[in-house]
Design a protein around this ligand. Structure first.
Ligand code: PLP
Length: 389
C-alpha cells in the first residue's frame, strides 16, 4: 500500500484482532474470499436500480452478481422464488429496518418492538432512532421472573394498542423465540410480522435455531454477525397480493439510497455460499454448544446468567449481582485481553452508561476453532479477571 499511515493502522488492527479474545456477540471473522470480494474493482461501479432496470450503462456484470446473491440468499434459507423475494442492497442492518418502515407504514403508525433496555434494537422504535421519531413505539419486554418473553402479556399489549407492525428478533435476548406465537399475536391484531434475525441468521442458516420464514411477512438480517459475511443486510419479503416485495424494493431505492455497493453485494454472495456448506452447519451447532458451555461454567463459578442460560450464541451476565458495574467489568476484561460489551439487563436499576451486565457471544471465537473445553478455560479466566476487581 502506498498510503503508509493507513497501512500501519490496518496492520495494527490486524494485530489487535489476532491477539484479543473476542466475545463481542455481534462480531465475527470473515474468510479471505469475502475480503477479496470486498476489496475488488466492483466498488467502482454505479448500479442505481435493480438487475435489468438500471439507470447507468455497463451493468451486465454486476447484474449477474446481484442476481447470484439473491439466488443464494433464497436457497440458503430454503425459500422458493415464487413465494419469497429478497433485496440485497440495504447498506447495513439499520437502513434495512428503516426501509421496512418506509415501505409498509404511514408516518406516526404504531410499531410494537422490544425496548432497548430489555434487549431490543434501536431501530425497533427507540426514541433516539429515526424509527422512534417518525413512528410510535409500543414497547414490550420480558417477564420479570423468568427474564424470557411472556406471550400472553404480548398478546394483551397488541390487542390493546393495535399496532400496524410487530417486530420480533432481538439484540440481547439469549433464548429461543417462538415465531408461531408471534404470528398468532400479529394475526389477532391485524399487524404485519417483521422478524429481525440479525443476530441469529447464521444459526438459522445452519439449522441450529428455528427458522422464522414459515411465519413472518418480512425478515431482515445483517450479514456480518453469526452469518459471517461482510457488513451489509438482506430484506426478505413474502410475495403475495399485498406486493410487499415491490414496496420494499421501492423503499430501498429510490426511497432511501442511491447506488448499491456492488463489492459488498459480491462479498455477501460469497458468504452465503460458504454458509450453505456442511462445515457451516457444524459451525452453527458448535457456536451454541460453546455458548452453553461458557454459560454453564460461569454459573458454576457463581455468576448470575440472565434467564438462567442460553439457546443461542449469546449470554447476558448480571455482574452487578456480585457488586461490579458493567463498565468496570468490561474494562477489567479488556485489561485481561478479553473483549466484551457492557449491556443493560432486564429491569436494570443502573444507568445505560454503566449498566448491570455484560454481553458475551461465541460466534467469533468458534470461527477461530474454539470448542467447549476452551470455553470452560475462558470462563475461569473471566472469573479471575472479574474477581480481581
Ligand atoms: C445489529 C443489529 C441491527 C443493526 O445493524 P447495523 O448493521 O449495525 O446497522 C439491527 N437489528 C438487530 C436486531 C441487530 O442486532
Amino acid at each position: 500500500m502506498k498510503d503508509k499511515q493507513i497501512e500501519k493502522l490496518i496492520k495494527a488492527e490486524q494485530a489487535r484482532q489476532k491477539k484479543a479474545i473476542n466475545l463481542i456477540a455481534s462480531e465475527n471473522y470473515v474468510s479471505k474470499d469475502v475480503l477479496d470480494a470486498l476489496g475488488s474493482e466492483l466498488t467502482n461501479k454505479y448500479a442505481e436500480g435493480y438487475p435489468g432496470k438500471r439507470y447507468y450503462g455497463g451493468n451486465s456484470v454486476v447484474d449477474k452478481v446481484e442476481n447470484l446473491a439473491a439466488e443464494r440468499a433464497l436457497e440458503l434459507f430454503g425459500l422458493s422464488p415464487e413465494e419469497w423475494h429478497v433485496n440485497t442492497q440495504a447498506l447495513s442492518g439499520s437502513p434495512a429496518n428503516l426501509a421496512v418502515y418506509v415501505a409498509l407504514l404511514e408516518k406516526g403508525d404504531k410499531v410494537m418492538g422490544m425496548s432497548l433496555d430489555q434487549g431490543g434494537h434501536l431501530t425497533h422504535g427507540h426514541k433516539v432512532s429515526a424509527t422512534g421519531k417518525f413512528w410510535t413505539q409500543v414497547p414490550y419486554g420480558v417477564s420479570k421472573d423468568s427474564e424470557t418473553l411472556d406471550y400472553e402479556n404480548l398478546r394483551d399489549i397488541a390487542l390493546r394498542e393495535m399496532p400496524k407492525m410487530i417486530i420480533a428478533g432481538f439484540t440481547a435476548y439469549p433464548r429461543m423465540i417462538d415465531w408461531k406465537r408471534f404470528r398468532d399475536i400479529a394475526d389477532a391484531c391485524g399487524a404485519y410480522l417483521m422478524v429481525d434475525m440479525s443476530h441469529i441468521a447464521g444459526l438459522v442458516a445452519g439449522g441450529a435455531y428455528p427458522s422464522p420464514f414459515l411465519y413472518a411477512d418480512i425478515v431482515t438480517t445483517t450479514t456480518h454477525k453469526t452469518l459471517r459475511g461482510p457488513r451489509g443486510a438482506l430484506i426478505f419479503a413474502k410475495k403475495d397480493a399485498r406486493e410487499l416485495n415491490k414496496k420494499i424494493d421501492k423503499a430501498v431505492f429510490p426511497g432511501l439510497q442511491g447506488g448499491p455497493h456492488m463489492n459488498q453485494t459480491a462479498a455477501i454472495a460469497v458468504a452465503l455460499k460458504e454458509a450453505a456448506s456442511p462445515a457451516f452447519k457444524k459451525y452453527a451447532r458448535q457456536v451454541i454448544k460453546n455458548a452453553q458451555a461458557l454459560a454453564a461454567e460461569l454459573k458454576k463459578l457463581g455468576w448470575r446468567i440472565i434467564s438462567g442460560g442460553t439457546d443461542s450464541h449469546l449470554i447476558l451476565v448480571d455482574v452487578a449481582s456480585q457488586g461490579i458495574g458493567g463498565k468496570e467489568a468490561s474494562d477489567a476484561l479488556e485489561a485481561a485481553g478479553i473483549i466484551v460489551n457492557k449491556n443493560a439487563i432486564p429491569f436494570d436499576a443502573r444507568p445505560p452508561v454503566d449498566p448491570s451486565g455484560i454481553r458475551l457471544g461465541t460466534a467469533g471465537e468458534t470461527t477461530r476453532g474454539a470448542k467447549e473445553k476452551d470455553m470452560i478455560a475462558l470462563a475461569r479466566k473471566i472469573d479471575r479477571a472479574l474477581r480481581r476487581k
